[in-house]
Design a protein around this ligand. Structure first.
Ligand SMILES: Nc1ncnc2c1ncn2[C@@H]1O[C@H](COP(=O)(O)OP(=O)(O)OP(=O)(O)O)[C@@H](O)[C@H]1O
Length: 322
């Protein structure tokens, strides 16, 4: 069950937006479609929703063959980055809309809307107009509206993309908690790796119209299948002939076995982290190596610009592509 996508291809003219997509999205979980801009994430989401048709392939939603069905018959809830609310209707009315056009009894509509507004923590703002809400509150209203019709799947296309960093972070924590309560099969498009790693049960990395890798956040972060996935999911640097994450490098002031030596040529402090650039002595690998340490480590090791240091992969550093 969940969403079964088989053999989906999509071209716009002679441009291939999606190529041979086969994907099973598990029921009741939160799955992120992650990848760089233009990779095809939104196109795939729109094909699942029925807002775009594929050139070939099939889509099954919770056991229902949805391939030829129009969007309104697929029982999907959809939230976009810029949510189009009815400006002249209150928050309560906006959330009630989908139920009212389905001619549900008034008492049932009111009960459901009250429950949904409590769920998204907007019950105290039910009588406001959308223009009297903050951006984050508006997106929460959009989610309540999408959930009102009890969709079998919830599709979110960069729902927090237009909000500032602090509100985005709050909303993604809130979405995770909401999903833990509601358990509706949810597909979430984002190009932000931190958002995807923090929020989702499963990740699907999409690049240039193809699936690069599918797995849990831990699978992908620790065992990336390709250099692309490794570098897309977090910072990466070259140590000798290996690619490795900057915080997975062990740095010392004393020589030890199998190490690269060099001098600290740059020092940048970002919050609790110190980001170092070490220029290797090895002329075959002259590019600076990025190393991240905590402030405590930097103090304990008496690191400073110009210091001679030795580098090696930390024991157990898994995200290494040779
Ligand atoms: N209606 C269209 N006509 C022509 N090309 C399109 C159309 N819709 C999308 N594309 C192209 O298909 C590619 C994939 O677009 P899509 O929006 O799916 O990417 P995305 O991964 O969601 O990126 P973003 O994060 O920027 O939205 C892009 O190169 C885009 O220009």
């Amino acid at each position: 069950m969940g969403i079964e996508i088989r053999g989906v291809n999509k071209n716009f003219g002679d441009f291939t937006a999606l190529q041979d997509i086969d994907l099973s999205i598990p029921s009741g979980q939160l799955t992120a479609l992650l990848g760089p801009s233009g990779g095809g994430k939104s196109t795939l989401l729109r094909i699942i929703a029925g807002l775009e048709s594929s050139d070939s392939g099939t889509i099954e939603i919770e056991g229902l063959d949805a391939t030829g069905l129009p969007a309104q018959k697929r029982n999907v809830g959809f939230v976009f980055q810029h949510y189009a609310a009815f400006k002249h209707m209150t928050v309560h009315k906006n959330v009630a809309f989908g139920l009212e056009i389905r001619k549900k009894p008034k008492a049932e509509v009111n009960k459901r809307v009250t429950e949904l507004l409590e769920l998204v923590h907007l019950d105290h703002l039910a009588h406001r107009l959308p223009s009297q809400l903050s951006g984050g509150q508006r997106q929460r209203m959009a989610l309540a509206r999408a959930l009102a019709i009890e969709p079998s799947v919830l599709l979110l296309d960069e729902p927090f993309g237009a909000l500032d960093a602090k509100v985005r972070k709050e909303l993604r924590e809130w979405l995770r908690r909401l999903h833990d309560e509601v358990h509706v099969t949810t597909v979430f498009v984002t190009h932000d790796q931190e958002e995807a790693l923090e929020v989702s049960d499963n990740l699907v990395v999409i690049n240039e119209g193809r699936i690069e890798q599918i797995g849990t956040p831990d699978d992908l972060y620790d065992r990336p299948a390709s250099e692309f996935v490794l570098s897309f999911l977090g910072p990466v640097t070259r140590l000798g002939d290996k690619l490795i994450r900057p915080h997975d490098i062990d740095i010392t002031r004393y020589e030890h076995a199998a190490t690269t030596s060099g001098r600290i040529t740059r020092w940048t402090r970002v919050g609790f982290e110190i980001r170092l650039e070490v220029t290797p002595d090895d002329v075959r690998h002259p590019d600076p190596v990025q190393v991240t340490v905590t402030r405590t480590e930097a103090t304990a090791l008496q690191l400073h610009e110009g210091a001679l240091v030795w580098l090696r992969p930390r024991a157990g550093a898994e995200a290494v592509v040779g």
